[in-house]
Design a binder for this molecule. Sequence first.
Ligand code: UD2
Ligand code: MN
Length: 477
Amino acid sequence: MFVCICVLCVCLTAVISRNQEGPGEMGKAVLIPKDDQEKMKELFKINQFNLMASDLIALNRSLPDVRLEGCKTKVYPDELPNTSVVIVFHNEAWSTLLRTVYSVINRSPHYLLSEVILVDDASERDFLKLTLENYVKNLEVPVKIIRMEERSGLIRARLRGAAASKGQVITFLDAHCECTLGWLEPLLARIKEDRKTVVCPIIDVISDDTFEYMAGSDMTYGGFNWKLNFRWYPVPQREMDRRKGDRTLPVRTPTMAGGLFSIDRNYFEEIGTYDAGMDIWGGENLEMSFRIWQCGGSLEIVTCSHVGHVFRKATPYTFPGGTGHVINKNNRRLAEVWMDEFKDFFYIISPGVVKVDYGDVSVRKTLRENLKCKPFSWYLENIYPDSQIPRRYYSLGEIRNVETNQCLDNMGRKENEKVGIFNCHGMGGNQRLTLRHVNSNQCLDEPSEEDKMVPTMQDCSGTRSQQWLLRNMTLGA
Ligand code: UD2
Ligand code: MN
């Protein structure tokens, strides 16, 4: 008996020392020696991350516990719904894909893990075929592999994975993630409390250069800009106040990044899964975010759950049809179905996008009617009041003097400064003006004597000096 324990001690020590000293252990950066850097740069191109570094790191590497102190002591109910984890991939690297799978299996209580589903979106790499199939057979949790017959894009691949899943909750992850200790319980607990809440972890950053693991912030949440790009913004004061300053409580977020979230299985179906008409990549995250909020659900970042993701600066794979075309098409689909008259802001800022054929969205419009979803103006007023999109407006475009062909131009200046007059360039930018509702803060005011032609932007006063005659203003691209 004594010997046994002693042997165990030795083993344990061996494991711990390996874990703390190997490359990338505890989430540390992996630095490649000078001599190998040429090779490293070559390999980088394959996945647009440092494949050499990733391949040096153990598939089950250790990570730091980056949670807030208050999260470490939280107790969750014993009876939580279980989840299927769906991971879609196209030509993913072996080490990142398997590290994702190991981190799920090793850091989730197994009674909460129904299965892991890998959906191969028509990858062309041999090791992702039979070698992968044989490898996952030996893992402790059932891992199912589904193959798309042809390249379908992440949206339709996720739909396939979701349809095959059996868990009460579906958790989606990208194929280059690492889950940290305690990541799953807070997500499932929140869904148990309210099945119409869709939850995201804090997405930590795994460096694409060194694979260093860096904690993400609980002080940022998801928004978007007029081009319909997802963006991170600071959590506004109103949301801090709502949570009474308790940073361990979930943050209500206007949008999600898209790759990492959990959703009640039945609710996923009730709310209309995904728009299967969207191709390859992009747009589905905002589409789902708007849909959840407008149709009676809510979207949160559960700040006690941390999952890392390799953020890349460029995409490693092809976009059949062209990158711009695919993304514009997906964005048009979401704008046409969910954004009502506010879609015009997107169209004005992205000239050319209106020419992109977005196919048939009638099924999605019917879904919106059936679910009796609220208008986009409600979403902007109530969920995203800090949006850059002006919520009350009459019109958006350039103000052109048809005689001289010159346009009002804010010349990049700030509030209460003069606006300028410049040749119309039709590119938006500083010449994109909105004529705001009288309640908004700034209005064009008449030029003073010495300024001759040039009006200024002033707080709206409603006086005659701020009244302008607007003729032939057109809205649209
Ligand atoms: C972000 C999301 C991503 C998705 C995307 C918008 C995070 C961390 N990531 O981009 O999940 O919402 O925004 O669409 O929030 N893939 C396929 N087939 C394809 C293309 C991609 O299966 O045709 C896989 C890919 O291997 C990966 C996942 O889809 O596992 C997401 O793709 P990405 O990692 O290139 O997207 P990312 O992180 O830039
Ligand atoms: Mn990704």
